[in-house]
Design a protein around this ligand. Structure first.
Ligand code: SF4
Length: 747
């Protein structure tokens, strides 16, 4: 291609749930401009500052393009063959001496946003036969996974507020002005909030901090961190006490309505108001408003998950939606029906419907397994504590747990104890600096894109496929090839004998066999060999074609000739929109009873703990975390355009608390928890409710040996250094990073 030739490419931004359409202009191998794609059927011209600087990620000189092997403190660029040989040489002795139980993996959040990783991490896990893995999920949304698994029979069967049709939106612990939507896919989400207000709707935001989302809402109600479940239980109490319960058609499709009434009887508004710091009359008013609205939706997000009662809060969000008749109806809280179904949603065919918990316990602290995982804060002690079953080898996949996990310092100290550590990652960061080998994936522009899971909680049934903009450099491997090769090495294969395309064929054939055997599938009973032959391509493209064609709008392999295929999607680079969400219950239910389980035992057994919380006085300060629009957890801090300007890694504190403690604006505060002490610049603001202080997460790029030249100059402080690893939500094992008791003093 001539260097001067200008070309325009249509892409979906892969960074977050908003999935914005981009128009990317290139000249030769350079990206010269990124603008919103105004014709994108989903995002209609919306982007945020992060999407506009994706080129900086692609051209970032710190982005790794070649495998690295660590020799002491030095790194050496090596061929892929040498990298895989080295991995086998270090991993196989671990397997021979200690068995597969000594090997584990950590899956990071960017996995969900990557075309290859999102489709192949599910292949990597069974092929590698790792008995347990760890993930960022147990710092993020595990409570919602638990409540959805038990209420609907699918851990990713998560309802989404129907923003475009609702009249009343109750938002708890979510800040779309920063996140742009989380477990909720909606481009220009604040524009959608504004539209609710413009049609005389009402939005109430419940949060310890008056975030910028409140600027697009009707009312802000501050709440004591960790008490959302108590508030929601009191709302349930009011609904029953005042005769406002009306589940509509779902009443016949649910078990446990009476049980819920009995369980919430003790949670009167008066009994929770002191704990929640919300007057009983406000609780009653909001409940009545919600019940009286023509349509309404309760949306709870990260602040309701990574807190002391995350599972109870996540469950009660859906209970309130159900009791007010707003679950699974237009304008309420609904379930998307994605064009391409997600591989993550497959229930293993050898397991009966339903979920068991605590099937095994972690070796050191005895933490029960939840949905196949232990809390990520267990990882450090499982590495550092000698004995049978000690973790000796770790694979990290697109994650930076040294920054993002509670008790981060312990993990940082434990990783050098491993006999073998391999990282699939594009950066030499705080975590990967401990690896023996780093295997870099492709840049977002060197690979196609179609979000695998995120459409499952979109506000419309839509989809968009993006072609790669640049071909990968010769010899580069895509992440799916890396994962399959790693899985084979873990299984004992010699790298020289591994053909990841053969493995891919096996994986794909097995998957097709599963789906045609599923009576609920659109291609049930078909000849699997025929389906394999009719599905073109390889790798994630082939999987995408399959999940589209066997999906709700697919061609069902020529049974529905007008239906969608990947080829048809490619012809529509601005995307396809199949319309607004439609009711999906009972079809979507996979519980053993075939009904909504409104009072799952595993969840309601935690209510006495919540009741006990009501008697607890919070005399000191508690710490919560936050995120910024120009940041994305720990992974956008090496882009100068996003981090320049005033320091955003500050300790926010209410003026009354600052005056009492004697700290001043711009000064430095020492923040101490039972896990440690950090220092941060002070930002005094009445955005915070009294008694609550706030630090952003994802920072702390001051570790020796990282190769993040921009981030290092804007290091910030790692709030997870003082997040106690033993502070977890009991039913899910999810970390508590909102509501940590702290002492704040002048430094
Ligand atoms: S909101 Fe920003 S980061 Fe998210 S998809 Fe859109 S442009 Fe990308």
């Amino acid at each position: 291609m001539p260097a001067s030739e200008l070309r325009t490419h249509l892409r979906t931004c892969p960074l977050c749930e908003a999935m914005c359409g981009l128009e990317v202009t290139t000249e030769g191998d350079q990206v010269t401009r990124i603008r919103p794609d105004r014709e994108d059927v989903w995002s209609k011209g919306y982007i945020c500052p992060k999407g506009a600087v994706l080129a900086d990620l692609h051209h970032d000189p710190d982005r790794l393009r070649t495998p690295l092997i660590r020799d002491g403190k030095q790194w050496r660029e090596v061929s892929w063959d040498e990298a895989f040989e080295t991995i086998a040489q270090r991993l196989h002795p671990v397997l021979e001496s200690h068995g597969i139980g000594a090997v584990t993996a950590y899956i990071g959040n960017p996995t969900a946003h990557n075309f290859s990783l999102s489709r192949y991490v599910g292949a990597f896990m069974p092929m590698s036969t790792l008995p347990i893995i760890y993930s960022a999920g147990t710092v993020d949304q595990w409570p919602k996974n638990v409540s959805s698994a038990l209420m609907y029979g699918g851990m990713w069967t998560i309802p989404t507020p129907d923003l475009d049709r609702t009249d009343y939106l109750l938002v708890l612990g979510a800040n779309p002005s920063a996140s742009q939507g989380s477990l909720l896919a909606a481009a220009d989400i604040l524009g959608r909030f504004d539209a609710i207000l413009a049609r005389s709707g009402r939005i109430v935001v419940i949060d310890p901090r008056r975030t910028a989302t409140v600027d697009h809402a009707s009312e802000w109600v501050p709440i004591q961190p960790g008490t959302d479940a108590a508030l929601l239980a009191a709302m349930v109490n009011v609904l029953f006490a005042e005769g406002l319960v009306d589940p509509g058609r779902l009443a016949e499709l649910a078990n446990g309505i009476d049980r819920v009434q009995g369980l919430c009887r003790a949670f009167t508004p008066q009994s929770v108001e002191a704990s929640c710091a919300i007057p009983a009359e406000t609780i009653r008013r909001i409940t009545r408003e919600l019940a009286a609205a023509k349509t309404a939706a309760v949306y709870g997000r990260i602040g309701t998950c990574n807190q002391e009662f995350g599972t109870l809060a996540s469950w009660l969000v859906d209970v309130v939606n159900f009791l007010t008749g707003n679950l699974d109806r237009p304008g309420g809280s609904m379930f998307a029906n994605p064009i391409a179904w997600s591989l993550t949603t497959i229930h293993p065919p050898d397991q009966p419907p339903g979920f068991a918990f605590g099937r095994w316990k972690s070796r050191v602290r005895g933490a029960p397994e939840v949905l196949g995982q232990y809390p990520v804060s267990c990882l450090a002690e499982e590495i550092s504590t000698p004995g049978e079953g000690q973790i000796k080898a770790l694979i990290t996949i697109a994650g930076n747990p040294v920054i993002s996990s509670p008790d981060a310092g312990k993990l940082d100290a434990a990783l050098p104890l491993l006999d073998c550590m391999v990282s699939v990652d594009n950066y030499l960061n705080e975590t990967t600096r401990h690896a023996d080998v780093i295997l870099p994936g492709l840049s977002p522009f060197e690979q196609p894109h179609y979000d695998e899971l995120l459409w499952s909680w979109a506000v419309r049934n839509a989809g968009n496929y993006s072609e790669a903009i640049f071909p990968p450099e010769p010899g580069r491997l895509a992440e799916w090839e890396i994962l399959l090769t790693l899985a084979a090495i873990i299984s004992g294969a010699k790298p020289s004998e591994i053909d990841c395309h053969v493995l891919d064929d096996l994986y794909f054939s097995g998957l097709v066999g599963l789906i045609v055997a599923d009576e609920s599938s659109a291609i049930a009973g078909r000849d699997p060999g025929e389906i394999v032959r009719m599905t073109g391509g390889t790798g994630p493209d082939r999987l995408l074609d399959f999940t589209i064609r066997s999906g709700p709008y697919g061609d069902h392999y020529e049974r529905n000739t007008d239906g969608l295929t990947l080829a048809k999607l490619r012809e529509r680079p601005h995307g396809v929109d199949m319309g607004a969400l439609e009711p999906r219950i009972p079809d979507i239910l996979r519980t053993p009873s075939g009904k909504i389980e409104l009072a799952p035992e595993h969840i309601v057994a935690d209510l006495p703990r919540l009741e006990a919380r009501l008697g607890r006085r919070e005399d000191g300060l508690v710490l919560v975390s936050r995120r910024h629009l120009r940041s994305n957890n720990s992974w956008m801090h090496n882009v100068e355009k996003l981090v320049r300007g005033r320091d955003r890694c500050t300790l926010m504190i209410h003026p009354d608390d600052a005056a009492r403690i004697g700290i001043r604006e711009g000064g430095t505060a020492r923040v101490a928890s039972k896990s440690g002490t950090i220092e941060a610049p002070v930002e005094i603001t009445d955005e915070m409710m009294p008694g609550v202080v706030c630090l952003p997460h994802g920072w702390g790029h001051d570790r020796e040996g990282i190769r993040l030249n921009v981030a290092t100059r804007h290091a910030g402080v790692n709030n997870n250094l003082i997040a106690p690893g033993d502070l977890v939500d009991v039913p899910s094992g999810n970390a508590v990073v909102n509501g940590i008791p702290v002492d704040v003093t002048p430094a």
